[in-house]
Design a protein around this ligand. Structure first.
Ligand code: ME8
Length: 530
């Protein structure tokens, strides 16, 4: 039987600078989702990449005296290196919006929107923020103390823009969008952010300017297919081609291909809170116009702040992902980001908070328990998983709690509630630590060897389940733990890179440890951060 398909994406990053820890937060969380689904038996296609067109990239390139393509190529490479070498992101394609097939896809969706009668020629006059690559109405802007005008919502400078432009009949989609939201209450999450989108649409939508004529760094608009005469060369508004990357990655415009049939509609778009309107309003409207299915879910994550403060170049508090992974280790960073605060909310990091998680949750709760119980097995049970004697109430209770974790995690991952999955898992681990302390197998060693073996078995079995579920978040460490527990690798669980050679499928979750399996002297997996 073929595996069910799961197609998911991150936002594509502007390559006008190097990625910071806020971008890393998005890549890591998406990677955790992709790994979870692979281990759970899905044929995952995971798309990430760079959003290379538009004025922002063009202006940065001009300042540096290079072409936009040169700038984009340099920074796309830097981002890819962070994905590959710093964060171990298991993407399947790194798309660049300058890729040839993406031009084709962008022009194809444009044609479909023209065919639907949704594109017309007019003049745009209004405010534009290059930094946000976004239009603002007069009411959405304000003049600040310095006499300059800014977008009120994002605080970025805006400039007056007046030019011939194609428009998309977004207004026509106000009601269809509201109907769609009502019929699909899980289309976007978390609910609070989805509600903000709905309230915005309820006020009524205005048509959207979707092409630019005053610069040329973009996908050219197909000239022959227009409603209205123009002598000007238009390039697409960068967000039109940017959003279309999700279709390109699925094989569009080959809509009849096997690949497109499998991958589209996308199962999940992961994005940050600043771009929810683009993904929950413009994108479904474009797709409705083009006669294509809508994505199943958009998950809107919060922003990561440095000790409560927004990261910014001018404040000088921007953190490079490598600075973190070198200091704390990759798996600890991945764990911290998903465990510390709920996905969907904003969160903050400090050195003390990361070290706290690393030492208490990882070194103490997980590392120590594994180290102590496995060392005892090696010393006192002839180096093999002990036999299981008669189970007490306490044994049954802790085993039952561990057993429930897979279903709890599946439900949580379905709505990208990574935080809840980890919280429950570490709660059970806390219970296992309490069980171990109470049962005191080091004392049983002197009085009741069979009972000691049972306690060690039960502890190891809980550790096995916790380690299985920890794989998506901490691929390297969880693999080491599973190796130490003598759990065989399952070849079909989506091995994708060197850090994830031996993922164990969740299909084996219910198959308890085999007594007699050899256990080697354990190496510490989670060192304390001093
Ligand atoms: O918005 N914390 O690109 P981008 C968490 N090209 N997430 C953050 C963050 C922070 N401090 N800073 C940025 C764009 N992000 C467009 C996307 S998609 C078709 C086009 C997130 O480079 C941000 O919310 O500004 C977005 O999801 C992603 O990083 C890329 O941001």
């Amino acid at each position: 039987m073929s595996k069910p398909s799961y197609y998911m994406t991150t936002a594509i990053t502007y390559p006008n600078g190097e990625p910071h820890i806020g971008h890393a937060y998005e890549y890591i969380s998406a990677d955790v989702m992709a790994r979870f689904k692979r281990i759970d038996g899905y044929d995952v296609r995971f798309l990430t990449g760079t959003d290379e067109h538009g004025q922002k990239v063009q202006q940065t390139a001009e300042k540096e005296g290079i072409t936009p393509y040169e700038l984009a190529t340099r920074n796309a490479q830097a981002i890819k290196t962070v994905d590959d070498e710093v964060l171990g992101i298991s993407y399947d394609r790194f798309i660049r919006t300058t890729d040839e097939d993406h031009y084709e896809a962008s022009q194809a969706i444009w044609r479909r929107m023209v065919d639907a009668g949704d594109i017309y020629l007019d003049t745009y006059a209004g405010w534009y923020s290059v930094r946000d690559e976004r239009f603002f109405t007069e009411e959405e802007t304000e003049v600040r103390e310095d006499g300059e005008r800014y977008a009120a919502e994002t605080g970025t400078p805006v400039t007056w823009t007046e030019e011939e432009s194609y428009f998309f009949r977004l207004s026509k989609y106000t009601q269809p969008l509201l109907d769609f939201y009502a019929a699909n209450p899980d289309f976007a999450g978390p609910r609070s952010r989805f509600n903000e989108v709905i309230r915005f649409v309820e006020q009524g939508l205005e048509d959207l300017s979707i092409s630019r004529t005053t610069f040329d760094w973009g996908v050219p608009v197909p000239k022959d297919l227009t409603e209205g005469e123009t002598s000007l060369d238009h390039v697409m508004y960068v967000w039109v081609d940017a959003l279309t990357n999700y279709l390109t990655g699925a094989g569009f415009p080959e809509v009849d291909s096997e690949a497109f049939g499998r991958r589209w509609p996308a199962d999940l778009h992961i994005i940050g809170k600043d771009i929810s309107r683009f993904h929950c309003i413009f994108w479904p409207a474009f797709l409705m116009s083009a006669g294509l299915d809508l994505p199943k879910r958009v998950m809107i994550h919060g922003f990561l702040h440095n000790a409560g403060e927004k990261m910014s170049k001018s404040v000088g508090n921007v953190v490079a992902p490598a600075a973190w992974t070198e200091t704390y280790g990759l798996d600890a960073v991945r764990f911290f980001l998903l465990r510390e605060f709920p996905y969907g909310q904003d969160g903050s990091y400090t050195h003390d908070a990361v070290v706290g998680r690393k030492n208490s949750d990882l070194a103490n709760n997980l590392g120590n328990l594994a180290q102590r119980s496995l060392s005892m097995i090696v010393k006192n049970c002839e180096g093999a998983v002990p036999q299981l004697g008669e189970l007490t109430e306490e044994d049954r209770a802790i085993l039952a709690q561990a057993e429930e974790l897979l279903e709890i995690s599946r439900k949580a991952y379905e709505v990208q509630d990574f935080h809840h999955a980890l919280e429950r898992t570490w709660f059970v681990l806390g219970e296992a630590n309490a069980y171990f302390a109470e049962m005191a197998p080091w004392q049983l060693k002197k009085t009741d060897l069979e009972r000691m073996g049972t306690v060690l078995y039960v502890t190891a079995e809980v550790l096995r389940k916790v380690s299985l579920l920890a794989q998506p978040v901490m691929p390297t460490s969880a693999t080491k733990l599973l190796d130490a527990l003598g759990v065989p690798a399952s070849g079909d669980a989506g091995a994708t890179d060197a850090s994830n050679e031996g993922p164990r499928s969740f299909a084996a979750f219910g198959e308890a440890l085999e007594p007699g399996t050899p256990i080697d002297k354990p190496e510490p997996v989670f060192p304390r951060h001093e």
